[in-house]
Design a protein around this ligand. Sequence first.
Ligand code: ADP
Ligand code: MG
Length: 383
Amino acid sequence: MKLDATDLRYVTSEEFRVLTAVEMGSKNHEVVPTPLIAQISGLKNGGVNKLIGSLAKRNLVSKVQNSKYDGYRLTYGGYDYLAMRAMSKRDTLASVGNQIGVGKESDIYVVADGEGKEMVLKIHRLGRISFRTIKSKRDYMGKRKSASWMYMSRLAAQKEWAFMKVLHENGFPVPKPIDQARHCILMEFIDAYPLRQIAEVESPGKLYSQLMDLIVRFARSGLIHGDFNEFNILIRDTGEPIVIDFPQMVSTSHENAEWYFNRDVECIRTFFKRRYGYESSLYPRFKSIRSSDESEETFRLDVVVAASGFGRKDMKVLEEYMDAVKDEGGSDKENEEGEDEEEEEEEEEEEDEDEEDEEEKEGVPLGDEGSNSQNVEDDPPKS
Ligand code: ADP
Ligand code: MG
């Protein structure tokens, strides 16, 4: 999918109404019937056909012929367009530049505002991996029985946004969050390289303790990054580390918190040993953080985030999705081949539920985007 900023200008207001109608119709229909699109958009049937044809030509929607009826589906491109248009209306985003990253579950672009100031647009792409595994899991999606890529991607963006905001407001070294719409986040561009690309550092010991201090600082505030590794730590010229990538953050009250905490610590230890030949017997333990936590009054950012609108249920839905797709390689580390001796460790922790291998449908019903009505189980993932 190509992101084309010129598209932002060339969608007419009527086309936009039709596109929005397809998005709305998607909440209850896997394939939105054309008459419904006409009805929602309030335009005449004949008029809609032409408009939707023009949207389909630009890959903002795609036509689906199915046995019961024909209709349309919103594409990634259409959803991207809607998100970017929302940002552009708010004057936070004016143009789109090069793609600088392709993760398994996100695309990263350099973009600019009206003054030409560079920023980063992160587009969440959950569901690029199949929904096969998730569909056979517990019925946490409620009546819908399946996840939609739109819904999950949007949840991931909302979660990342909520955390980035709270972290930034509390002085953590993270990019400044600028805007969020649907499955997209706009943030400050950090002029730095991922630690992964840094062959040598002046003082590995100093950086090591800076990073461990960060893990501790997170935990003292009730948070665990959950993917604290050489891909998600950017190092500025000055040596200052900036942490990115928050959709998998967990609270220190999470029942598997200690495991997540240890994994973050272990990632850094392993990387420093392998890359810089640096080893230290000093590293933080979860237990010592917890006990000091309980004795003194600390601020709980996990609680702040929960109060910010991204609630426990949203968190749970996303967490279960992430658990389910882990089988197919969810995190950055698992995308790397070779050299990582630690990979097996993660696999051992995975859920071992048997999957009834449901057939994988290409499209899945799109759920209602609010999650309050969902039927979310309270028991945490087994590990
Ligand atoms: P993913 O969830 O796909 O791992 P990340 O948020 O980790 O996505 O971003 C992927 C890559 O994009 C990073 O490793 C980094 O190189 C680049 N990147 C992400 N955010 C920024 C930013 N704010 N400034 C500069 N580069 C960034
Ligand atoms: Mg990452």
